[in-house]
Design a protein around this ligand. Structure first.
Ligand code: DX5
Ligand code: ZN
Length: 219
């Protein structure tokens, strides 16, 4: 099983973005997690295409783009063009989720769906075979540095059951309040990709923190 660490650049120092991108390039991390917020779907605004293109220019690892926006269909081709390798949309923001997933794939990207803490994984039953990834939100989306919600473990187990015999290669990614203290338990529940913002960027030595996270997978 391949386990993924995806540092969230939402917690990077935007005045030194290139430095922080190089740090991730040099580290044991696997992907860049890029959080796009529109101030409508979530009560915060982060960044859009110019930042994504700037990250793409320097990043040597895939860009995992998490769209916390309404009407994502309007922008998916442009996110793909700006450098996204994976695009994850929110279940709660998509009226025609099947169409949106097809659009992501037609744009040349891997397709993911994110679930807010209150959204049951059972809602993905009829689309699970079309997905490359499911992002389980372990905080209410909008901000870095929030506290991990415990019910996440149960949701990961539910999702693990849901994919059985249907799409066992699906990546189960967890986002929000993830760090050295809970990655082990999340792995036991069935997750295999981990987004971490604050746990990495607020630590004294981000590169070392990433290595420690990765080492949890080999034990
Ligand atoms: C939250 C974002 C997360 C965020 C995680 O809305 O989707 O990716 O950056 O930050 P931490 O790891 O600090 O909870
Ligand atoms: Zn995210």
């Amino acid at each position: 099983m391949k386990y993924i660490i995806a540092p969230s650049i939402l917690s990077a120092d935007f005045g030194n973005l290139q430095r922080d991108i190089e740090m991730i390039n040099q580290s044991d991390a696997d992907w860049f997690h890029v959080d796009v917020m529109d101030g409508v779907f979530v009560p915060n605004i982060s960044f859009g295409f110019p930042i994504l293109s700037a990250v793409k220019k320097h990043a040597t690892k895939p860009l995992d783009v998490h769209l916390m926006i309404v009407e994502p269909d309007k922008f998916i081709p442009e996110f793909a063009k700006a450098g996204a390798d994976r695009i994850t949309v929110h279940y709660e923001a998509c009226t025609h989720l099947h169409r949106t997933i097809q659009l992501i794939k037609a744009s040349g990207c891997k397709a993911g769906v994110a679930l807010n803490p209150h959204t049951p994984v059972a809602f993905l039953n009829d689309i699970i075979e079309d997905l490359d990834l499911v992002l389980i939100m372990s905080v209410n989306p909008g901000f870095g540095g929030q506290q991990f919600i415990h019910n996440t473990y149960k949701k990961i187990q539910d999702l693990k059951r849901l994919i059985q015999g249907k799409n066992e290669d699906l990546i189960i990614e967890v986002d929000g309040g993830v760090g050295l203290q809970n990655i082990g338990t999340l792995v036991s529940a069935g997750a295999n990709a981990f987004v971490a913002g604050n746990a990495i960027f607020v630590s004294d030595n981000p590169t070392e923190t990433i290595s420690k996270m990765k080492s949890l997978f080999s034990s």
